[in-house]
Design a protein around this ligand. Structure first.
Ligand SMILES: C[S@@+](CC[C@H](N)C(=O)[O-])C[C@H]1O[C@@H](n2cnc3c(N)ncnc32)[C@H](O)[C@@H]1O
Length: 193
């Protein structure tokens, strides 16, 4: 086990309002954050999607020719994503969103899926074995794919984040950017050549 932090309590679905509300949209606009990384037709994964704050924006950005896999441990979080989707009047411009319930150490997606982009927003510090998650992200990515990880500074201090970055590098991921984020410590990775 390559565990780099002791913080691995799970954000309960009871707190999902805190993850999707007007104020967060103002401070962390999903389209502004993800726009630079996504293209029409892409296959993308929202790992630890929670109530889908990013998943729906991903579906819009990759469009109807793309695919979104929204993955979470908690069935109730996926139910919230589903409920949001039902409220969208016209889904014709959206990618299909596949909801996947996973276990703490297995993303659980079909092994044939290869992603152009994987997002793990405020999720990695909740996992009991970060190395295992990063290994799976490495396998999931296309050779040209990228992985954006953002961690909450109020749960993950600089030293812990540095250890997490080391863990990702040991799993075959290479840091290509450290985008500045409000409310986040972040890194963009590609596969190490
Ligand atoms: C703090 S929430 C963030 C949700 C979403 N990414 C966002 O930014 O709104 C963390 C989410 O990660 C999920 N999670 C925690 N550990 C996980 C794991 N090992 N695999 C998949 N999801 C996980 C939790 O159930 C929770 O929904």
């Amino acid at each position: 086990m390559d565990t780099t932090t002791s913080q691995n309590s799970i954000c309960s679905h009871h707190h999902s309002f805190a993850l999707d509300n007007f104020f967060r949209r103002v401070v962390q606009s999903p389209k502004k954050i993800l726009g630079p990384y996504l293209n029409k037709g892409d296959t993308v994964v929202d790992l630890g999607c929670g109530p889908g704050f990013f998943s729906l924006a991903m579906a819009e950005l990759v469009g109807s020719s793309g695919s979104v896999f929204a993955v979470d441990l908690q069935r109730q979080m996926l139910d919230r994503v589903q409920a949001k989707l039902k409220k969208v009047k016209d889904t014709s411009a959206l990618a299909t969103i596949t909801l996947q319930q996973c276990s703490a150490d297995d993303i659980g997606l079909d092994k044939s899926i290869r992603a152009d982009f994987v997002l793990a927003y405020y999720m990695v510090h909740e996992t009991p074995d970060q190395g295992r998650i990063f290994q799976q992200v490495s396998t999931l990515l296309k050779p040209t794919g990228s992985f954006l990880m953002v961690e909450p500074p109020f749960h993950v201090n600089k030293e812990e984040f540095a250890r997490t970055l080391g863990c990702a590098e040991r799993a075959g991921l290479a840091i290509v950017d450290r985008p500045r984020r409000k409310g986040g410590r972040s890194a963009l990775f590609t596969l190490r050549p």
